[in-house]
Design a protein around this ligand. Structure first.
Ligand code: SF4
Length: 327
């Protein structure tokens, strides 16, 4: 089966410019150089129509940067992203509309000076998906899909609660008939009671409109609830991917096990993993070999010097750990 999304050896670097002090010291003869953050490092995976892929990892692991590259908001430094075999780009082509991103903070992603009716119809009119004369009926239909009523049409973003604003953000994404939604911590900023409602809305919309999701979250509980497959990232690299049942019941990578240990469970006591300890190293100077080695109780000399490959250890289950290849 042809994948809906194909991410091939994608990397993204950011250059940290010199501050004024460093520039001044350079004039005095010192040698301060720009630093490079390897936010995403050689990531490859495929997503198939109708799947929900959870992308999980601690803050700074590169999951949001990866999401932006998939949505065409950021170009990769290396590698490529293909949607239905068409290379993703930042331009205005109709294919680009098929992938939409929903952000954590809907307030900052909605234009505060525009009424909801304008927010929901601007892109569809611009791309010729609807006529200007149809915009009221169209906007009402979009609001209906996300559980908001017609009163919202003439109001501004600041007049809504956080949960309502996120629903407007979702409606705006749906307005261009996407096939893939990249949801970046899309419920993280909401109250816990509202999180469940918006998560259920995502589940319902997926069923109603045959959507495919990339669901980025630091919250393992959310990932477990919604995902078919999980990708675990650490310091820019994929360290494990697995179907959701395998991820929960038979995680392989020591980092995944440590992440899972941090999730409160009723069946607590049935696990013998240890929670992740130590600080996340700086992405400006990531550890050599396996990035996780300073925090891993199994690390050995090979781990400190050789990057482990992501290898298939059972059908559909990949892990990047030397323990899987050592004798
Ligand atoms: Fe730990 Fe080594 Fe596996 Fe990395 S490769 S997770 S350091 S055992």
């Amino acid at each position: 089966m042809e994948p809906l999304l194909k991410v091939s050896n994608v990397s993204r670097d950011f250059v940290k410019s010199l501050d004024l002090v460093a520039k001044f010291l350079n004039r005095l003869g010192q040698d301060h150089r720009e630093e490079i953050v390897h936010a995403v490092d050689d990531v490859s995976f495929e997503v198939f129509q109708g799947e929900v892929i959870g992308i999980v990892g601690e803050s700074g692991c590169g999951k949001s940067t990866l999401g932006k590259m998939i949505a065409g908001i950021l170009p990769p430094t290396e590698g490529s992203v293909h949607f239905k075999s068409v290379k993703q780009s930042e331009d205005d082509r109709p294919e680009a509309l098929k992938t939409q991103m929903i952000f954590q903070d809907p307030f900052s992603s909605l234009n505060p000076r525009k009424k909801v009716i304008e927010i929901l119809t601007e892109a569809p009119i611009h791309h010729g998906l609807i006529k200007a004369s149809e915009k009221r009926a169209f906007a009402l239909e979009m609001l209906n899909r996300v559980g908001l009523d017609s009163e919202a049409l003439g109001r501004y973003p600041h007049q809504f609660s956080g949960g309502q604003r996120q629903r407007i953000g979702i409606a705006r994404a749906l307005a261009v008939s996407p096939e893939l939604l990249v949801c970046d911590e899309s419920i993280a900023a909401l109250d816990v009671s509202i999180q469940a409602q918006v998560l259920n809305l995502f589940v319902q919309l997926k069923q109603d409109y045959d959507l495919t999701y990339l669901f980025i979250s630091h919250d393992i509980g959310v990932i477990e609830h919604i995902s078919d497959r999980v990708i675990v990232m650490y310091l820019g690299r994929v360290v494990e991917t697995a179907p959701i049942e395998t991820f929960v019941e038979k995680p392989n990578h020591p980092y995944t096990k440590a992440l899972l240990e941090g999730v409160p469970r009723l069946e607590i006591g049935q696990r013998d993993y240890e929670p992740v300890s130590g600080e996340i190293p700086s992405p400006l100077d990531p550890p050599s070999g396996c990035h996780f080695h300073p925090r891993c109780k199994f690390s050995n000399e090979t781990c400190r010097t050789v990057r482990p490959d992501l290898i298939e250890i059972s059908p559909g289950h990949y892990s990047a750990c030397h323990l899987n290849t050592s004798e």
